[in-house]
Design a protein around this ligand. Structure first.
Ligand code: CA
Length: 277
């Protein structure tokens, strides 16, 4: 075999190996640390994990369509990719990290609720510290609550109507008309187009932003983080206790970060650039 043939064979073998590795990587995600564009499963204890889906940078239309009475549509650019919890944080996950059981509706796979914004941020800070100590925290990233824009970008998943995914709320969410007046195991309804569950309903989800209706953007913005200060934090997505209008992709609720609403308020975790507050 000539040198050229050996070189060609070696090159084909290398490409084959790279292709197999790429397929394996795309299928399983990176095994022990978050990798850009791949699903990441965070190990919280021996038998409890937290699945996160990658969200690519991009642009979307944030706010309500003209048929809704809410926030003005405007263009938002998300300049940095991030990860977001595939599900709301469950009671098993909360127990594994915080060692407590604050929820009113008990169930290991039910979303944790009756937690304040401050509690949720403490949970996230613990994850950051744990993962940094283990050498698994991507440079410049931290575990935190999503910004409103990061939350709505993932909720809409490319849609501009009232609800993400199929547009059918009953298929995707537990709300006042179908919940039986309680929370449900996370992931019991259909996911949206990007694979996120319960973005509509089940429990309200704390976001990182302060709330101020006068600071809501009207023009194009990049990586909005809300006002610099305030008295209330934003919640998104509606809940088992609220009617369908409050479960819309654009609907905003706000409460004091120290408010402990019994049964209604939970959150999902983001792994996001620290430069985007
Ligand atoms: Ca929810």
């Amino acid at each position: 075999m000539s040198f050229l043939k050996i070189t060609a064979a070696a090159t084909r073998a290398a490409f084959t190996f790279a292709a197999l590795a790429a397929v394996l990587f795309a299928t399983t995600g990176c095994c022990n640390h978050p990798a850009a564009g791949s699903q990441w499963t965070l190990r919280l204890s021996n038998n409890v994990s937290l699945e996160m889906l990658p969200v690519a940078a991009g642009s979307f239309t944030m706010g309500s369509p003209s048929s809704e009475p809410s926030e003005a549509q405007h263009r938002v650019r998300i300049t940095r990719s991030y990860w977001l919890g595939k599900y709301e944080v469950t009671q098993a996950q909360w127990q594994a990290v915080m060692g407590s059981a604050p929820s009113y509706f008990e169930g290991a796979q039910h979303p944790v609720e009756s937690v304040t914004w401050n509690d949720a941020m403490e949970f996230c800070a613990k994850l950051t510290n744990q993962e940094r100590a283990a050498g698994r925290l991507p440079t410049g990233y931290r575990y935190t609550l999503p910004t409103e824009a990061q939350w709505e970008y993932a909720c809409r998943a490319g849609t501009t109507g009232s609800y993400g995914g199929s547009g059918n709320l009953n298929e995707m969410g537990w709300h006042a008309a179908n919940s039986g007046d309680k929370t449900h195991d996370v992931g019991g309804k259909s996911p949206n187009a990007w694979g996120f569950y319960d973005m509509h309903g089940n429990v309200w989800e704390w976001c990182s932003d302060w709330y101020d209706s006068y600071c809501y953007p009207s023009g194009s913005v990049s990586d909005p983080t809300g006002p610099n200060s305030g008295s209330d934090r934003v919640l998104r997505g509606g809940s088992w206790h609220y009617d369908s209008g409050c479960c819309r992709s654009a609907y905003r609720l706000y409460f004091s970060p120290s408010l402990r609403n019994i049964g209604g308020m939970g959150f999902r975790v983001a792994l996001a650039p620290a430069s985007v507050r």
